[in-house]
Design a protein around this ligand. Structure first.
Ligand SMILES: Nc1ncnc2c1ncn2[C@@H]1O[C@H](COP(=O)(O)OP(=O)(O)OP(=O)(O)O)[C@@H](O)[C@H]1O
Ligand SMILES: Cc1ncc(CO)c(N)n1
Length: 277
């Protein structure tokens, strides 16, 4: 039957080295058995060492890409990644209010692993006021959560407070990603729409090859929601997938290398689910 295949959409920037952004999202969708559409809002000249140049795409062709998809495909979940500037945030917010693409996962990408800025400062207010209230889930890493909540996050208690603040700003569900840092274990924190929360604990992989981990996790959750899973199961499955892609690494490039999106999930990749720590 027409449009029976599960379909998701990513609205983001490209990464010429293929590890992050649109590339990571499409590989992740496919590995989870979901067809992916893609709307490109920026082109980055980028490799595993850093970002060399960024070219934003004009609003009219962003809007047209989204309309073209809405006119033909049957999207059950959408994610946004790198949006670059306030004009693009406004354009995407308008389109997401015009078309119903199901669950909306907002990955508030701000800085690349090598340190390059992927969101201008002037766009932060627009992202907070226009996109957060539309989000079924927001998935910041710790530095992004600090910017959005205007607080410093040092303790596990701070993580919880930041998640509640993000919910007050309008995101229904919140996943705070804990990859940054150097502790032996990594802890991600989830606060769900019904007020329940849990931590996901896994062992840190000692590797520099973590280019696109955040994109991959949010894309995997988007794919699981597309397949009809509930939010908690989608988060746990998405986390197991990103763990597999990091743990079963590949050797590409000289710097922050990409993940292995073909990795197979095993028992070792299942995170420990903890109510409180
Ligand atoms: N070295 C690591 N070992 C195990 N898990 C990791 C590691 N680094 C990141 N993760 C996991 O990967 C996911 C993404 O987290 P992270 O904090 O790296 O996101 P991010 O900063 O948005 O990534 P990026 O900017 O590269 O897309 C989280 O589930 C985190 O726990
Ligand atoms: C295009 C793009 N989107 C997102 C990230 C963050 O991983 C990146 N490095 N590049």
């Amino acid at each position: 039957m027409i449009n029976d295949t599960p379909q998701a959409l990513t609205i983001a920037g490209t990464d010429s080295s293929g590890g992050a952004g649109i590339s990571a999202d499409l590989k992740t969708f496919m590995a989870q058995g979901v067809y992916g559409g893609n709307v490109i809002v920026s082109v980055t000249a980028q490799n595993t060492r850093g970002v060399q140049q960024v070219q934003m795409i004009p609003p009219a062709i962003i809007t047209q890409q989204i309309q073209s998809i809405a006119d033909d495909l049957s999207i059950s979940a959408v994610k946004t990644g790198m949006l670059g500037d306030a004009q693009t945030v406004n354009t995407v917010a308008k389109a997401l209010q015009t078309y119903d693409f199901g669950s909306y996962i907002l990955d508030p990408v701000m800085v690349a692993k090598g340190g390059a800025k992927l969101l201008r400062d002037e766009a932060i207010l627009a992202l907070k006021t226009q996109l957060l209230p539309l989000a079924t889930m927001v998935t910041p890493n710790m530095p992004e959560a600090e910017v959005l909540t205007e607080m410093t996050i040092q303790t596990h208690e701070d993580v919880k407070i930041a998640a509640y603040k993000l919910q007050l700003l309008g995101a229904k569900n919140v996943l705070l990603k804990g990859g940054h840092g150097s502790e032996i274990a990594v802890y991600d924190f989830a606060l769900l729409a019904d007020g329940s929360h849990f931590w996901l604990k896994s062992q840190r992989v000692d590797t520099e090859r973590t280019h696109g981990t955040g994109d991959t996790l949010s894309a995997a959750i988007t794919a699981q929601l597309t397949l009809g899973l509930d939010m908690k199961t989608a988060i746990i499955k998405g986390k197991a997938y990103v763990d597999a892609t990091i743990r079963d690494g590949i050797q590409v490039g000289h710097g922050h290398g990409p993940l292995n999106h073909l990795a197979v999930i095993t028992k070792e990749n299942q995170p420990e689910v903890i109510n409180d720590i």
